[in-house]
Design a protein around this ligand. Structure first.
Ligand code: ATR
Length: 326
């Protein structure tokens, strides 16, 4: 698989990464098949995927531990590990909530290094911005971790353009990770132009629309009671029904090119630029193979234009939109 360089400091990653969240958290079946998840990670490596995405909050903690198991036996040095901090308050009994303080950055990184069984994190993201801590304090602490060799690069997830600029002025940001897909076009307005101006890499998460764009989710009955998507407005009752029309339009293109709708969604995203490294998530080898094959799928300009024109979805992408783009 092709590799791309993220940021002005050029972190080299495979063009498609692997989102590991669903192996341990938030989606139906999380935590139920460790062996299958590890097989999926190993198969990804065989297919040239080098970019693996986790966070301390996934589990919490167990997803990082899973990656450590998968990368034991000498694999660690062949991969780029991205993990995230900032949504667990280690100064306050590990409660959930935003904490971007320098103290919390330090407490968080030690935990992640221990669980990942590594002496450095390749890319360390602030998971969500903390309105009570100036970004300069957070990035100041991250810069120290880079100087100490504990992390190699840093990034921000779901940061606003103004925050990205302030962070980048303290130390160059390597990557911004934000939700971006055929049904989440938000970053195109301001975030993408900002990262391009500053030479920052972009990592779209949920590039398959949390699975919806694969066309395999037709009803909430398919999801367990605690699956995050049950609480996501786009998956609610009438909204889900309305949004299925989007998948139908993606499927139309998929049929023309003899591919699956999820592959078309990924190929469309990859067509948006060489500074973009989407991280589709899957727990299964077969789905991973399908997603990786999308990197070789060429769509015509006319097909891409039709996909660009797909209707906007009904419903917000989070139950509480106040925690993103700030
Ligand atoms: P996230 O970034 O939040 O993980 P995503 O990448 O948009 O979201 O989509 C992940 C979801 O799509 C998962 O529920 C995954 O389910 P599996 O673990 O069962 O694969 C699903 N998914 C990923 N690739 C798929 C594929 N090729 N076909 C069908 N579903 C797929």
């Amino acid at each position: 698989m092709k590799t791309i360089a993220l940021g002005t400091e050029k972190l080299e990653v495979s063009q498609l990464g692997l989102g590991c969240m669903g192996m341990s958290a938030f989606y139906t079946g999380a935590g139920s098949d460790e062996a299958g998840s590890i097989r999926t990670i190993h198969r990804a490596m065989e297919l040239g995927v080098t970019f693996f995405d986790t966070a301390e909050i996934y589990g919490p903690y167990t997803n990082e531990e899973l990656l450590a198991k998968a990368f034991a036996d000498g694999r660690r040095d062949r991969v780029v590990i991205a993990t995230k901090f900032g949504t667990i308050k280690h100064r306050q009994n590990d409660e959930r909530g935003m904490d971007g303080s320098a103290d919390n950055v330090r407490l968080s990184v030690e935990g992640s290094l221990r669980r990942l069984q590594t002496d450095h994190i390749d890319l360390y993201y602030q998971h969500r911005m903390d309105p009570d801590t100036p970004i300069e304090e957070t990035v100041g602490a991250l810069k120290e971790l880079i100087e100490e060799g504990k992390i190699r690069h840093y990034g921000l997830s779901e940061a606003s353009p103004a925050t990205i600029r302030r962070a980048n002025a303290v130390h160059p940001v390597t990557a911004i990770q934000t939700e971006y897909s055929l049904w989440t076009r938000d970053p195109e307005a301001e975030v993408l132009p900002t990262v391009r101006e500053l030479g920052i890499g972009f990592v779209p998460y949920s590039p398959l629309g949390r699975g919806f764009l694969t066309g395999t989710i037709r009803s909430l009955d398919q999801l367990s009671d605690d699956d995050f998507r049950r609480f996501n407005p786009r998956f609610e009752g009438d909204n889900l029904e309305a949004n299925i029309r989007i998948v139908e339009q993606v499927d139309e293109v998929a049929r023309e090119v003899g591919a699956k709708p999820g592959q078309v969604a990924l190929a469309w995203l990859l067509s948006k630029g060489d500074d973009i490294a989407p991280i589709p998530g899957t727990t299964k080898v077969a789905n991973l193979e399908q997603n990786v094959a999308a990197a070789d799928l060429q769509l015509t300009p006319e097909q891409l234009a039709r996909l660009d024109a797909v209707a906007a979805p009904v419903g917000d992408r989070y139950p509480d939109m106040s925690t993103v783009n700030r």
